[in-house]
Design a protein around this ligand. Structure first.
Ligand code: HXC
Length: 519
């Protein structure tokens, strides 16, 4: 073979590999409204930046005559590229080859890029679209999965790991995404479950569709497995690019601070008016976030799950930050099991990757009741407490309105090493609300008052006395638990100046093998 023929052979082989499982299967993929593995990578990465590895890898399986069917690349496209000029490693499962099912060599390809991402200290993005373990490969496939899982575990907290589920992801295959920092799912075509509808029907008799069992909407709202629900793949890939802009390459680097044309001292009178006079009237805390953040931008995480707490990323004068905010618009912003877990996970992500945390507090307390107690609110609430108390990144807290009881302590209070704790003049920081306090403090007296009118007056008078004394920020400020009471419209400026003052913060936790967060 002449050298020119050798070059032609390479070009032909590359063209063959790029066709994956062939034109017919690509067409079938498009018909379902899905992109191919390679198209997804192209949309995700900066144009022309993708460098592919292992294009010529094929499987080694000889069971069930599989040796007669081989495809270059073996069902997963791997390599690296850039997003806004920053290196990321990727794998993208190719459903057109054996349904994207995972073989021994397929797993080795993924492990190779994961190892390289760790060595380079760069984020790892995995796009999943797979029928699970390649059935013909038996235990080699299971071993391949476990090799990936182990790498996910070692990479956790070292490099950001992000999973997009753009097709099936079933059985044990779900555990690789589950071990990563973020899972994105699409509204259609995307599903995750440990056992599919057929097995569910056989074992439990339950009749349930694929979508209702493990579709994107279910995991975004009911289970909380997925942090991002997107309408389609195109939108999803753009959001992945945006997400990367808020996070650093690895745990030893800081997130990138960008130029900001939004004035750092921009005031907005809306903030002076946003808290209703009636303390029981809700408002949307996202209006506060949009008002204080650079250009009003906020990338919300877990938008459809535990809506009583809002978490996500914004920038302040170009500095990426995580925001955690109670949402009075939903269940009065109460802390319950789901909200505690959601926020704890987010706080830990931010802390692991050196992202300062801004906490906006308006919380009436923990949700009371047997459902919460039986569900373990004690353990789950402790997770959020633990996450905040353990975090060493800069922590700025602003109490907008209510901050009661244990929930006050949890929400990045001074004693959990909050660096700057501000309050608006509308803040109410106390052990409990006025009605509860009066009922406890004057219980005996109340039992003795028989006349309903007299009773109502007694309650009203004492509630007023309690409210006057405690439903304000000044008691906490008098003890130094609140560093300053600030005018609401100044909040953006105070956050940015606070972040600047904390840019050189150094805080190290005692050496240990690892903590024992109440799981
Ligand atoms: C080998 C597979 C495969 C698999 C699909 N294919 N899944 N080959 N192993 N697991 C092949 C099909 O034979 C077919 O080949 C092509 O991929 C496309 O599959 P279709 O069934 O035609 O596609 P569709 O109708 O879209 O259905 C997709 C599907 C279905 C729902 C994913 O294929 C399916 O149910 N697959 C099996 C899922 C499963 O049970 N996997 C094992 C889970 S257990 P041709 O040549 O016709 O194109 C598991 C354990 C992991 O994963 C444990 C880790 C710890």
């Amino acid at each position: 073979m002449s050298n020119q023929d050798k070059i032609k052979k390479l070009i032909d082989l590359r063209a063959e590999a790029k066709l994956g499982g062939g034109l017919k299967r690509i067409e079938a993929q498009h018909k379902k409204g899905k992109f191919t593995a390679r198209e997804r990578i192209e949309l995700l990465l900066d144009e022309g930046s993708f460098e592919e590895f292992d294009m010529f890898v094929t499987h080694r399986c000889t069971n069930f005559g599989l040796e007669k069917t081989k495809f270059l690349g073996d069902g997963v496209v791997t390599g690296h590229g850039t997003i806004d000029g920053r290196v990321v490693y990727v794998y993208s499962q190719d459903f057109t080859i054996f349904g994207g099912s995972l073989s021994e060599t397929f797993a080795q390809k993924i492990c190779k890029v994961m190892d390289m991402a760790m060595k380079a200290g760069a984020p790892m993005i995995g796009i999943n679209d797979s029928g699970g373990a390649r059935i013909q490969e038996g235990v080699n496939s299971l071993a391949g999965y476990a090799e990936i899982f182990q790498r996910n575990i070692m990479a956790s907290g070292v490099i950001p790991q992000i999973s997009a589920i753009f097709g099936p992801c079933a059985g044990g295959a779900v555990y690789s995404p589950a071990l990563t920092d973020f899972i994105m799912m699409t509204e259609q075509n995307s599903y995750m479950f440990v056992t599919g509808p057929k097995v569910v029907k056989t074992v439990t008799g339950e009749d349930i569709s694929v979508e209702d069992l493990g579709g994107g909407k279910v995991h975004a709202s009911k289970s909380g497995v997925s942090q991002f629900l997107v309408e389609n793949e195109q939108e999803g890939l753009l959001i992945l690019r945006k997400l990367i802009s808020y996070i650093p390459q690895n745990n030893l680097e800081d997130p990138i601070v960008t130029e900001c044309a939004d004035p750092f001292d921009r005031m907005d009178d809306l903030l002076n008016e946003i808290i209703p006079d009636n303390p029981n009237q809700p408002y949307d805390v996202k209006d506060v976030i949009h008002t204080v953040a650079d250009y009003g931008e906020f990338l919300e995480v877990h938008r459809n799950y535990a809506k009583n707490i809002v978490v996500g990323f914004s920038k302040f004068n170009g500095q990426p930050c995580g925001i955690v905010a109670n949402q009075p618009n939903y269940l009065a912003g109460v802390l319950d099991i789901d909200a505690s877990i959601k926020a704890a996970r987010f706080v830990r992500f931010c802390d692991a990757f050196n992202i300062p945390i801004i906490t906006l507090v308006d919380v009436p307390g923990f949700l009371p009741g047997s459902r919460q107690e039986y569900g373990g609110i004690i353990t789950h609430g402790a997770k959020l407490m633990f996450a905040y108390g353990e975090a060493t990144v800069p922590k700025i807290t602003i109490t907008l309105r209510k901050s009661y009881g244990g929930a006050h302590d949890v929400m990045s209070s001074k004693q959990l090493r909050g660096d700057l704790n501000y309050a608006w003049p509308t803040a109410e920081i106390a052990v409990m609300g006025a009605s509860g306090a009066v009922a406890v403090l004057h219980g005996r007296k109340l039992r003795d008052i028989e006349d309903a009118e007299e009773r109502a007056k007694f309650i009203a008078d004492h509630e007023e006395e309690y409210t006057e004394k405690f439903a304000n920020p000044y008691q906490a400020a008098s003890f130094g638990y609140i560093d300053d009471v600030i005018e609401p419209r100044n909040s953006r400026f105070r956050i940015i100046r606070g972040l600047q003052s904390l840019a050189t913060k150094k805080l190290v936790n005692p050496p240990k093998k690892h903590s024992n967060i109440p799981l």
